[in-house]
Design a protein around this ligand. Structure first.
Ligand code: CUA
Length: 158
């Protein structure tokens, strides 16, 4: 079979790129131990209200952790609990959220918090609120007739 020189170069480039890709992935996964971020914390969606920390939704000061506060949310059709919360300016906050029924979204407009809340899983994200003001939390996963009514507010205060 005759192959044009350019075809051979292109084939070699393609195979080379594949090898580089696989080696990079392999080194990253097996040598550096990188894994995709995953929701490893599970919860019984029928017992959310009896499971810590969801027994007390809202902002809680914590000691001895990487963050200053834990901000706990329970989402259900069609609201977030708590509806409104005040966060001190500059504090490092761990947002911990779950849902009691269907899939909901959890997007804090104007920040990089954007999580999917799935029944049976706990979604977490750490962020620092270093700009005062009001932040709107919206559900960005269509969850039913009242989807557009689902919102909550974070007030970052001095
Ligand atoms: Cu909850 Cu859309």
């Amino acid at each position: 079979m005759h192959m044009h020189k350019f075809e051979k170069i292109w084939l070699a480039f393609g195979i080379g790129a594949l090898v580089v890709f696989l080696v990079t992935i392999g080194v990253s996964a097996f040598y550096l131990g990188n894994k995709p971020p995953s929701c490893l914390t599970t919860i019984n969606p029928e017992k959310v209200n009896q499971t810590k920390p969801f027994t007390e939704p809202g902002l809680h000061k914590v000691e001895g952790k990487e963050w200053d506060y834990e901000l706990v949310y329970v989402a259900s059709a069609f609201s977030f609990n708590p509806v409104q919360v005040k966060v001190p300016l500059g504090s490092k906050v761990r947002v911990i959220a779950t849902t009691t029924d269907v899939v909901h979204g959890f997007e804090v407009a104007g920040t990089n918090i954007n999580m999917m809340l799935e029944p049976g899983y706990v979604s977490e994200y750490t962020t620092t609120f270093d700009k005062a003001g009001e932040y709107l939390i919206v559900c960005n996963e269509y969850c039913g007739a009242g989807h557009h009514l689902m919102s909550s507010k974070i007030e970052v205060v001095k």
